[in-house]
Each structure stands twice: as C-alpha cells, then as structure tokens.
Ligand binder design. Sequence first.
Ligand code: NZQ
Ligand code: ZN
Length: 390
Amino acid sequence: MQNFVFYNPTKILFGRNTISSIGPETAAWGSHALLVYGKSSIKQSGLYEQVTSSLQAAEVEITDHGGVFSNPLLSHVQTGIEKVKQNDIDVIVAVGGGSVIDSAKAISAGALVEHDVWKFFSGKKSIKKTLPLTTVLTLAAAGSEMNSGMVITNDSTREKFGFGHQMLHPKTSILDPEITYTVPPDYTAYGAVDAIAHVLEFYMTASDPETPVQDRIMEGLIENAITACNRCLENPTDYNGRANLMWTSTLALNGLTAAGLGRVGFPMHMIEHSLSALYDIPHGAGLSIVIPGWLKWFSKTHPARIASLGKRIFPSADIEEDSDELVATRTITILHNWFGRVNSPTSLEEVDIPQSDIPRIAENALALAKVWRLTNYTAETIEEILHLCR
Ligand code: NZQ
Ligand code: ZN
C-alpha cells in the first residue's frame, strides 16, 4: 500500500426527513443563497417548495438559478457567476444530480476571480478560494456531493473537461433516498453504470498491487451497485434499493477507494467525456459503451486484474483451471450483458455514432488526455479502444 492523504470534509445527512435541514445547514455559511437546480424535476416533485421553505425559515434570501442541462454548459455557469457578483451572494445551494452540483461548484470558484472560470478546467489557473456550497442530491450517480471534482462542457469548443480541488468539497450534502423514487429507469441505470465506472477506473489502473482493503471495498461497491440498481428498476420506491444505490454512488468517488493505490488514471472517463461533449449523450450511457471496449483493450496486457475482479464478484466467471484470459473475457461479457439488461447502450452504433467518426472522437479525447496527463494514450490508442466499443 502506498502513502496517502485521505481528507473529506463534507458532512453527510443521510436518510428520510433530512431535506428540512438544508435551511440551517446553509444559514451556517451565509445569508443570501444562489439556488442552482435543473430543468423541471424538482418543481414537479415538490422538492423546490421543501427546499425554499426551509431556506426561508432559516432567513436565507434566495436568488434562483435553474435550468442546468444534463452535461452542464459553461455559458450557464458564467450566467450564474454574474448573478453572484451582482447580488452579493455569499453561499451556493445545489439541488439536483451531478450536473447541477458541478455547475454550483464552478460558480462557487468562478465568482471569486476576475478571469474566466474555464481557465480552471484548461489547467491555466488553480483555485485559491470558493464560496461555501450545500447540496441536496436528487440522483445517485456522479459522487459530486462528497468529492472535490467538477465537470463542465465548454459550449463553444465542445470540450468536456473535469477539474478537482479540495476547496470544491460541499460543506454539507443531504442524501434522502426517497427523493430518488422519481428518477426514471434510464437515469437510474446510467447512475449505477457511472458508480461502477468510478470504481473500475481505480481498480484497474492502481499502480500498487498490494491493496487488499481497497480491493474488497471496490468489489463490494460494484456488486452492490448492480444489486441495488436491479432492485430499483424492479420497484422504483424500494427504499433500501434506493438507499444502497445512493450510498454506493457516493462512496464510489469520495476518495476512499483510491487511498493507498498510488497513481491512478481515469481513462474510460477521458474517452466518454468526448462522447457526451460531441453527441450530448448521458454520461452513464457513454460509459456503458466505453467500459467493455476499454476492458477488452486492457485485457490484452492485464487479464489477471480483470480476472481477479470477476472471480470475486461473478462466481460464474470462474471455472477451475481456466486461464486469466478466459475468465477476463467472461467477466467483460457478464458486465456487457448486464448493461444491456438495464438498457444502457453498449456500442457506438446503438447511439447512432458511425465508425467513421472515431478519429474525430479520438482527437477530442486527446485534448483531455493531455490535461489529465494520461500520456500513454495516443490518438491511435484511443481509436483502437473505440473500435472495440461494439
Ligand atoms: O434537470 P432535471 O429536470 O432536474 O432532470 C434531471 C436530468 O434530466 C433528472 N433528474 C435528476 N434528479 C431527478 C431527476 N428526474 C427525476 N427525479 C429526480 N429525483 O436526471 C437527469 C440527469 O441529471 P444529471 O445531473 O445530468 O445526472 P448525473 O447525476 O448523472 O450527472 C451527470 C454529470 O456529472 C458529471 C458527468 O460528466 C455529467 O456531466 N460527473 C461529475 C463527476 C464529479 N463531479 O465528480 C464525476 C462523474 O464521473 C461525472 O463525470
Ligand atoms: Zn463518471
């Protein structure tokens, strides 16, 4: 196990009847909030009323900033930053999924600088301070509610870049599984795929081979994401299904799984971000296309690592005396088939992306590979992986 620093200052309030705490949790940090949310779900579910009542009861003034798109856009973040600057706003409240929370994070950092907020994403500037952020999570997926990352799409360049900094951790995140009862089947599945991807990225790219504690945690998270997602799809109001999916997706990317692994990469996300950026497909849908292709490519050099995952979580993948290569192939097939069963796409064709677009996607991804220092990924390598996404 490698040396590590694990620091996670986000306070989590988890469970039923926790939404009413958003007022006092926010009032602890400021008196005028920018309320960031998405297109329509929180108004349809009545959550908007619950949140604004709690904020008002805690004497927090509210300026609205709704309309965040899935795959959130830089231009909408920039409008939010202007609102903060013009209205003496001192705290940000995000009510939504990863897109809303990421937009709120970008606003919280961008509102305190004179330069364009995109400079953080392109690696030209680093964050020195942020406005405090509280969140109410409405969708189990990205993990943004308890981590230091944010992902935004630059609408003029069609680049979807992620950036991480400790100061982006929310102060408090409220996780009420009942709020996710209304998440439709497609986004429920995409969220589970995203959580699985977050775990797989670190599991596969860990540079230290002796990390049994993290390995068992990660295998458990993947197993649980699948089981909990199946339960939620069968019964959308299964409290424990929703609760387990929610906590799994939070733990999948809150820093815990990476502790001790040494240097890790995020190559599947590097490629997926180009699919979302160029074709505006949901993040989880892009990942279920990329994961099997990337694993097939990786299994050429590292079949044992994939086989070790399969042996732990898919007992049917392990037949005594079978080679690592065979077990790895079976593991990839089991994952691929599960993505299909929950209706998450598994090929570029399924989302109408022609093979002739592969060079363009690879070129787009290469820009992020450079920012993320994934130096072993050339355009040719990325194209090779994309050709396996079928
Ligand atoms: O906009 P509304 O009307 O709210 O609808 C949303 C949206 O259409 C809907 N939704 C959310 N909660 C709901 C609900 N519908 C019914 N009931 C509810 N309770 O779901 C749709 C998708 O929402 P979105 O926030 O886009 O999904 P997700 O949480 O998957 O976030 C995706 C974004 O997170 C980024 C992705 O790249 C993508 O842009 N990620 C952020 C990460 C991070 N900050 O650490 C890491 C991830 O790898 C990921 O890249
Ligand atoms: Zn993700």
